[in-house]
Design a binder for this molecule. Structure first.
Ligand code: TEU
Ligand code: CA
Length: 578
């Protein structure tokens, strides 16, 4: 479907009398895509729902919860990896891209999930992990047999330095060197993550063809698209120390687009830690035929220490945050497309990082949802976010069951960081916080499994769980249902321009959305204190329809507003009064 947008907005009347538009500026014709008003729900299969009682979540468990997800209203599931894997990085180390890990189920069950989801208008995004494979993938098993093995060049091998040491000082994201010595062939192979995740050599056309073929194999099964793992690393040029945004990256993506999903109406979202607004436009500008959108992490790393990264948490500064969001909203306002998220399987729980997991857990979780879901872009909900699940303070780092947390704990405590300081980093930002089993009800193991779960359940599950939330009309869960419904009903939420309000305010994140004569105002108190707000003349006295709020409905913008702790509301202004 096409919609036309005038900048500034005098919508339909001008289109008829095009003659006159010249003086009004330009007309923007936007081809809307099904995913423009989609809401995506991310599932981390290991921790979602265990149907066969082995303590590990599985595909049958997900199929059993599709009615729940339909109730929530989401129409896309991003499924973290379910492929055959030795699980060194819980599935982000794949040994067979065209088969399902037995602990998750079978190919038939995967096909059933795709079909059962489609019956509920839900599409499935598969997680495409092709920056690296598992060291148990047949390609790598062959490659390390000999230097002239036909699969050798599927990976990145280099000779040791004269003293036998690694070719250079490049580091793995999981700690230690990015080079691992292979005694059989006397060379080092490159791995940006664990040494059991050797990086693929994307300069090799055979690697490109193999991956394209595999992608088409899944697309032929009717999936809704791909989430692409660390996709901005595949253009790396190791000898030049370039890993992110390599010179041939966009060409590789355009070739991938043309060879696989380009002609199919699917959603593709790239995980790109190294992206900037300018580069994001390259990825998501439709005419460039690369991706639908990317995940940028600039709003996430705001609470990371510049030097130590996430292991030394930094206080959240709302003005910095608003600066980043404003930049991305306007940079991809008319070209390209934003993704919107607070958390995922690698990040801590939203309400613990940006809200209040204690006294105002419900109010702040609703505020965070409203603040994000009225922005321009595609929202992503991470499993458990819709019931306000929190971070967890486990005794030992082992309980977080995470290769990255374990690797960095060892590396940093060996380098002299105290156990206490490192555990503060773990409590705040370990990926394990996101991976505790989903809390379905107050029964044993939170209704996740009849057996002891692979990872300890967050002890607050008796209070925080889906069953309780479903029974409580005032719950965070029902708040998300309203937000998801509104996005489907109101084009202004999908296509409206973003206009920041009160940018300098230290506690309030507020903005407008405008599309033709449709006008929304969204105001969010990010603090646990009441905030008095003097409204500017342009907003004073305007009335409208209260769309959503976490305290009482508000349908008029008086002169003064006193916002309660974490208060948040959105109002659709009456066109007459604006
Ligand atoms: O994550 C990429 C990645 O860089 C993050 O792991 C990052 O290091 C860190 O967690 C930031 O908090 C992707 C997947 O999302 C992650 O689960 C995998 O472990 C990783 O790639 C390797 O596949
Ligand atoms: Ca299971």
């Amino acid at each position: 479907m096409l919609i036309s947008k005038l900048i500034p907005e005098m919508l339909h009347s001008s289109v008829e009398s095009l003659g006159r538009t010249k003086k009004l500026t330009r007309v923007l014709i936007v081809e809307t895509k099904w995913w423009h008003n989609a809401v995506v729900y991310q599932i981390y299969p290991r921790s979602f729902a265990d149907a066969n009682g082995d303590g590990i979540g599985d595909l049958a468990g997900i199929i059993g919860k599709l009615d729940y997800l339909q109730t929530l209203g989401i129409n896309v599931i991003w499924l973290s990896p379910v492929f055959r894997s030795p699980m060194d990085d819980h599935g982000y180390d794949i040994s067979d891209y065209c088969d399902i890990a037995p602990e998750f189920g079978t190919l038939a069950e995967m096909e059933a999930l795709i079909a059962e989801a489609a019956r509920r208008d839900i599409r499935i995004l598969m997680d495409l992990v092709v920056n690296h494979t598992s060291d148990e993938h047949p390609w790598f098993i062959e490659a390390r047999k000999s230097r002239d093995n036909p699969y050798r060049d599927y990976y990145i091998w280099r000779a040791p330095r004269t003293d036998g040491s690694a070719p250079d000082e490049q580091r793995s994201n999981f700690g230690g060197s990015a080079w691992e010595f292979d005694a059989t062939t006397g060379e080092y192979f490159f791995h940006l993550f664990s040494k059991r995740q050797p990086d693929l050599n994307w300069a090799n056309p055979q690697v490109q063809q193999e991956v394209h073929q595999m992608m088409n194999w899944w697309l032929d099964k009717g999936i809704g698209g791909f989430r692409m793992d660390v996709i901005d690393l595949i253009g790396k040029e190791v000898d030049r120390g370039i890993t992110t945004n390599g010179p041939h990256l966009h060409q590789l993506l355009q070739e991938m687009n043309a060879a696989t999903f380009g002609e199919r109406d699917v959603l593709t979202v790239g995980e790109t830690w190294g992206v900037t607004p300018e580069i994001a436009r390259l990825y998501s500008e439709p005419a460039r035929r690369e991706l639908s959108m990317v995940f940028q992490f600039e709003h996430i790393t705001l609470t990371w220490d510049q030097q130590d990264g996430k292991w030394t948490p930094r206080a959240f500064d709302l003005r910095e945050f608003k600066g980043v969001i404003g930049k991305w909203q306007s940079a991809l306002g008319d070209t390209g497309w934003n993704s919107l998220f607070w958390n995922n399987h690698d990040l801590p729980r939203a309400v613990s990082s940006y809200g209040d997991p204690g006294r105002y857990r419900v109010e702040s979780a609703k505020m965070l949802a409203t603040a994000l879901h009225f922005l321009k872009g595609t929202p992503y909900i991470y499993q458990g976010e819709e019931i306000g699940m929190t971070n967890v303070r486990f005794e030992s780092v082992e309980d977080y069951q995470d290769a990255e947390s374990l690797g960095l704990y060892r590396e940093r405590t060996l380098a002299g960081v105290s156990h206490e300081a490192m555990m503060e980093g773990i409590y705040a930002n370990s990926r394990g916080n996101a991976r505790t089993p989903m809390q379905w009800d107050a029964s044993e193991n939170a209704g996740f499994s009849h057996a002891e779960p692979w990872m300890k359940v967050n002890p607050n599950y008796r209070e925080i769980n889906v069953a309780t939330a479903l029974d409580d009309p005032g719950s965070i869960l029902h708040h998300y249902r309203v937000l998801i419904r509104l996005r489907k009903e109101r084009p202004v939420i999908v296509h409206g321009d973003y206009r920041p309000l009160f940018d300098e305010h230290p506690q309030l994140f507020a903005y407008e959305r405008r599309l033709g004569d449709q006008r929304l105002v969204v105001i969010n108190n990010f603090s646990g204190q009441p905030v008095a707000l003097e409204l500017p003349a342009s907003l004073r006295g305007l009335a409208g329809e209260s769309l959503v709020s976490n305290y009482g409905p508000r349908n008029v913008l008086g002169q003064h507003l006193t916002l309660q702790p974490y208060e948040s509301f959105a109002i659709a202004l009456d066109t007459q009064t604006t």
